[in-house]
Design a protein around this ligand. Structure first.
Ligand code: SF4
Ligand code: SF4
Ligand code: FES
Length: 520
């Protein structure tokens, strides 16, 4: 028999760790040969402590072993038996998620015995499943659907009445998450998530066997963590669904573009799911250095800021007849504001720390050419004005700084705004690209650049702020750029959706003004 091909562990992989299976701390891991496990005829080097599942995951060259209860960032349960594999010389099938790889071990992941076992697990799970795929939000990304397709059975052996949880067919676990217990496959990822990840202990599995039922630990409180949406990401079936997305869209219509959440200074990696340039949801993308597998609920919902129908997406100038501001053309607003900025005696430019690194640099360059202009940064969220004011709000991801780029703007040398900066100004230009607070402008005429809602504009006018123009610009998901997060990591992102209003990129506006740093 010919010896198997060997795949070696790369040096960088030696730093690989799993949250729940810490690799052993060998002081000089490359000083001795690494052990090898043969999987489906290929020998893989691995780090002692890795499970068979982790070896296949690490190399990503192997067909994914099916799983329900396993999640790389949670303790191993080994209960669903979907991941079983055949190990030579072992008397029975082994669960690949919980069996450590051993030197010289020979594993078969798709042998006849293995496929028969998976078929049996599926038959068992499907026996009580309601099969309401046509009305289930998980359809199209459901692990039960996918594994049924791959491992069968084509027909059920179950002839009895299906179990129905009368009280939990649609039960709200919170304002954001709905439970349909009939669809649950009892993998208990959700229970382990609230026990070990959020540490809120919100969920518990009651009873055993036929009567096994997921329930909130405290029915009155339900789910309490700020990461409830993650439950609906990893629930393998449609048992836990995210109310904000429920019945909004069939998932196979969604386009998926990678981006960065701008909801706080963490900059979680996300996928923007959209159809016909309308955003339907954000879900997290795994990045061990930034957000692991998770994102918070506030960030998950933050796309509403940009899809809000009250967002002002047309350039505006004062309505001389009726008061307030009215929509106009870009030509008119550019002419009017260019005149104001070039003739201003002492303009002040306030850049929100929600601007990208590129936008902040362009604005800084454009206005440093204007001898009398001062450029300042503004945050105003969560008691933060400079990066060092930021605090972690929990042991996971959330930050008190609700803007994504305080560190990036600071690195450009732009000083935070002080109340004294407003003294003796004739024009103040406020650039706000997301969730930075709108500064309290004490003097001068105001030019608003960026993202504002109807209510925010009305509020400013009601306070007597002399708003002379509004120039709408693009949101994070509508443009390219980069943010530097609270840990100093700079992350690039590209446009996920095309803006459907009349907003322009900041560089474009500077270009139309004919200022340095702008793009024509
Ligand atoms: S609700 Fe979902 S995640 Fe929780 S046990 Fe059931 S199938 Fe698993
Ligand atoms: S922690 Fe911050 S960056 Fe991450 S999802 Fe929440 S708001 Fe967005
Ligand atoms: S994934 Fe291994 S037993 Fe569930």
């Amino acid at each position: 028999m010919s010896s198997p091909t060997t795949v070696s562990l790369k040096k960088e992989d030696l730093n690989y760790t799993s949250a729940k299976r810490p690799v052993h701390s060998d002081p000089a891991p490359d000083a001795k040969p690494l052990p090898k496990v043969t999987i489906d005829g290929v020998a893989y080097e691995f780090k002692p402590g890795d499970t068979i599942m982790q070896v296949t995951e690490r190399y990503q060259v192997h067909e994914k072993i099916p799983r329900y209860c396993y999640h790389p960032a949670m303790p191993i349960a080994g209960t669903c038996r979907m991941c079983t594999v055949e190990v030579e010389k072992a008397p029975k099938l082994m669960t690949s998620c919980s069996t450590p790889a051993a030197d010289g071990m020979v594993v078969h992941t798709r042998s006849e015995k293995v496929l028969k076992s998976r078929n049996g697990v599926m038959d068992f799970l499907l026996s009580n499943h309601p099969l309401d795929c046509p009305v289930c939000d998980k359809a199209g990304e459901c692990e039960l659907q996918n594994y049924t397709f791959e491992y069968g059975p084509a027909e059920s052996n179950f002839k009895e009445e299906k179990r129905v949880y009368e009280t939990a067919t649609t039960k709200k676990l919170s304002d954001d998450v709905t439970l349909n217990m009939n669809r649950c496959v009892h993998c208990e990822r959700c229970v382990r998530f609230t026990d070990d990840v959020t540490k809120t202990n919100d969920l518990v599995m009651l009873n055993r066997g036929w009567h096994k039922e997921l329930a909130a630990t405290d029915e009155a409180k339900g789910l309490t963590s700020d990461y409830q949406g993650c439950l609906t990401d990893f629930c393998p079936v449609g048992a836990l669904t995210w109310n904000d997305f429920r019945f909004e869209k069939r998932v196979w219509f969604l386009r998926k573009d990678a981006s960065v959440c701008d909801g706080c200074a963490k900059g979680c990696n996300i996928e923007v799911h959209s159809d016909k340039e309308k955003t339907y949801r954000y879900i997290p993308i795994h990045n061990e250095k930034v957000n692991g597998h998770w994102m918070c609920d506030s960030g998950r919902k933050s796309y509403h800021t940009y899809t809000d129908t009250n967002r002002l997406v047309a350039p505006m100038l004062p309505d001389r007849a009726g008061g307030g501001l009215m929509a106009t053309t870009w030509e008119t607003v550019i002419t009017e504001t260019k005149g104001m900025l070039t003739t201003a005696r002492r303009p002040l430019v306030v850049i929100g720390t929600d601007a990208t690194n590129e936008e902040a640099a362009q604005l800084q360059k454009a206005f440093s050419a204007h001898a009398r202009a001062d450029v300042r940064s503004h945050n105003g969220t969560g008691g933060v004005s400079k990066a060092s004011d930021n605090k972690a709000l929990d042991h996971m991801l959330r930050q008190s700084d609700l803007t994504p780029n305080t560190r990036g703007v600071e690195a450009l040398g732009i000083q935070p705004l002080q109340a004294s900066d407003f003294s003796d100004r004739d024009v103040v230009m406020v650039v706000r690209q997301g969730r930075a607070a709108i500064p309290k402008v004490e003097s001068g005429s105001v030019i608003l650049v960026g993202i504002y809602t109807r209510e925010e504009l009305a509020g400013l006018l009601a306070k007597g702020v002399d708003v002379k123009a509004l120039l709408p610009t693009l949101a994070t998901i509508e443009k390219d750029g980069s943010f530097t997060n609270c840990d100093g990591i700079t992350q690039n992102f590209t446009r996920a959706v095309t803006h459907r209003g009349k907003a322009l990129a900041v560089g474009k506006v500077l270009g139309y003004w004919g200022f340095a740093g702008g793009a024509q």
